[in-house]
Design a protein around this ligand. Structure first.
Ligand code: SF4
Length: 554
């Protein structure tokens, strides 16, 4: 029997050897429901895939009951991440990318399962009501991780006499990507889709069991299409750009043409940005004062936006030099006003406008995320505030061509995300917060550099800088909630991304540490980090922060 401390597997120190990094931009950026890509989006998708496969295999008519086992990090932090709710929504056929689905109605769907101890599993028009008692039919194995990945879940369905009809084990490997036992984790193309015609058959097979428990249906491997510009490393990407006189965004765009028409690419990029922008709007329009959960974290996105709009940040002259009498009259002043080093009164015009707007946008997205709103994995939900806040700032204050800038930013940052995902990890259960906010910061730094006309070398330098300064950063969330330190860390990641871009643009791409070296360092750091600090809520802030339920502050 393993202890709770063993309940997360370790990432390998070895980078994948052969396969290239290219996946679709629209696998990297996908629309889902927060608060976590690995603990909410992934399990929801896995549940949908399982139900689809079971229905397609024809065994659904015989299903009487359903059982689920969650392992490792999924079990340890799944309650705070709403993993049980997400699985129910997936089983019920909820499609988060269907914009007609009102996410506000979803908690009621979960409550009905809790109350009735039954669930209607659904794929399209085919549905079946089966016995499913949330209390007893989800087994939270906090003591055990499966060796393949820390985020594992097994779904099984049974007949009315208790015979196992079908089972499959899925791994939620970060960013909403899902693989199962018939899928190689090191393959290039993971699937986020449940639509059979959009993914290789080899990635979709459910193990349908014979009466004797043997596997009745095996996976059939089909090759996936080659892209015109495959790249394994940042150096290779740089060489491709130079050889073909293309920008990083153009390389990624041309690769996307493997799967989509220009019109589809355009439409998809627009809808990704719209969902990002909507998540900012959701955060600054919030009506509740506190985030859900026992910590009673106060929402700040709306307040920050109102301050930006109300003029508190605008043009108020600095106070004139003050004497000790006027200092003493200042109501918020702390300290001895007669001291030779007099205290400084609070300023009302302490604006650093760009930072203040970015802070507002990033915090707004992450407060929406904490409330299980619809967001874009960029590359994960936990880090979903970084890219939108940086792009929003650019579009609002610097852009002269919003349509092109959105495409440039998303496609450039996608290339960086692909390289990190291949060479290291975007899963916090494998690499701590370095894997989430570090990756997002690197991606945003690259995108911001591209928007400022940076060269390919400068873009890759900015991406390197974004990772380098998050190496070793832990994921140690109290109560398993994506709130502390996540919300503020997104804001700090966004600011750091712009700093990295500005530095790269100022120094012409000259740097000591290459982007590939920083990815290698990230992978090795992830392997050396304690599993207690990788999204298990077993150490760090998760155990040091003792917040009384009555204290409404972060
Ligand atoms: S600490 Fe970082 S990695 Fe962990 S949940 Fe929060 S944002 Fe994600």
């Amino acid at each position: 029997m393993q202890s709770r401390n063993d309940a997360a597997a370790s990432v390998s120190t070895q980078a994948p050897k052969t396969e290239h990094a290219v996946i679709s931009t629209f696998d990297l950026f996908s629309i889902g429901i927060g608060p976590s890509s690995s603990h909410t989006c992934g399990p929801l998708r896995a549940a949908r895939i399982f139900v689809n496969d079971v229905i397609e295999s024809g065994v659904h008519e015989q299903i009487h009951s359903l059982k689920i086992t969650l392992y490792g990090s999924l079990a340890l932090t799944g309650k705070g991440h709403m993993t049980d709710m997400a699985i129910c929504w997936g089983l019920q056929g909820v499609d988060p990318e269907d914009m007609s689905v009102d996410v506000a109605t979803l908690p009621a769907k979960f409550d009905s399962v809790v109350d009735t101890k039954h669930i209607e599993i659904r794929s399209g028009d085919i549905a079946k009501v089966v016995k499913f008692d949330i209390e007893n039919d989800i087994n939270w194995r906090m003591d055990k991780a499966l060796p393949r990945h820390p985020n594992a879940m097994q779904l099984s369905v049974f007949s009315d006499n208790g015979d196992l009809l079908a089972t499959n084990t899925f791994y939620s490997i970060g960013g909403g990507f899902v693989v199962h036992d018939n899928t190689e984790i090191t393959e290039n193309v993971f699937y986020k889709s449940i639509k059979k015609d959009t993914v290789d058959k080899s990635r979709r097979e459910v193990q349908v069991l014979n009466d004797d428990g043997g596997v009745a249906s095996n996976a059939v491997t089909q090759p996936h299409k080659d892209v015109p510009y495959p790249f394994h490393t940042g150096d290779e990407l740089l060489a491709l750009c130079q050889k073909h006189n293309l920008t990083i965004a153009q390389i990624v765009y041309n690769n996307e043409l493997t799967w989509y028409t220009p019109e589809e690419i355009d439409a998809k990029l627009s809808s990704i940005w719209k969902a990002m922008d909507d998540s900012i709007l959701t955060g600054i329009s919030a009506s509740d004062e506190y985030l859900p959960g026992p910590m009673k974290v106060k929402k700040r996105g709306k307040m920050l936006y109102n301050r930006l709009q109300s003029g508190l940040y605008r043009g108020i002259p600095s106070p004139s030099p003050v004497n000790s009498t006027s200092l003493a009259q200042h109501s918020k002043l702390h300290g001895d006003v007669t001291h030779p080093l007099p205290p400084i009164p609070p300023r009302r015009n302490n604006e650093v406008k760009s930072i203040d707007f970015i802070m507002c946008y990033a915090i707004a997205v992450m407060e929406a995320n904490a409330c299980a709103s619809r967001l874009v994995t960029s590359p994960t939900m936990g880090s979903a505030g970084v890219l939108p806040s940086v792009l929003k700032y650019y579009l609002e204050f610097l852009s002269h061509d919003q349509h092109n800038d959105i495409r440039q930013f998303l496609l450039t940052s996608a290339a960086v995300g692909m390289l990190i995902r291949r060479g290291a990890t975007i899963s916090a259960a494998e690499g701590g917060c370095m894997a989430e906010i570090g990756s997002a910061t690197s991606m945003a730094a690259a995108g911001f550099t591209a928007l400022n006309g940076g060269s390919t070398k400068e873009i890759l330098q900015a991406a390197e800088c974004g990772i380098e300064h998050f190496l070793g950063v832990t994921c140690d969330i109290p109560h398993g909630l994506v709130q502390v330190p996540c919300i503020e860390r997104n804001y700090l990641g966004a600011v750091k991304a712009i700093c990295a871009a500005q530095l790269a643009l100022s120094t012409g791409g000259d740097h000591v540490v290459s982007f590939d070296e920083s990815i290698k360092a990230m992978r090795e750091t992830a392997a050396l980090m304690s599993t207690q600090l990788k999204e298990t809520s077993l150490a760090g802030l998760a155990t040091s922060v003792k917040i009384p339920v009555s204290v409404p502050e972060c």
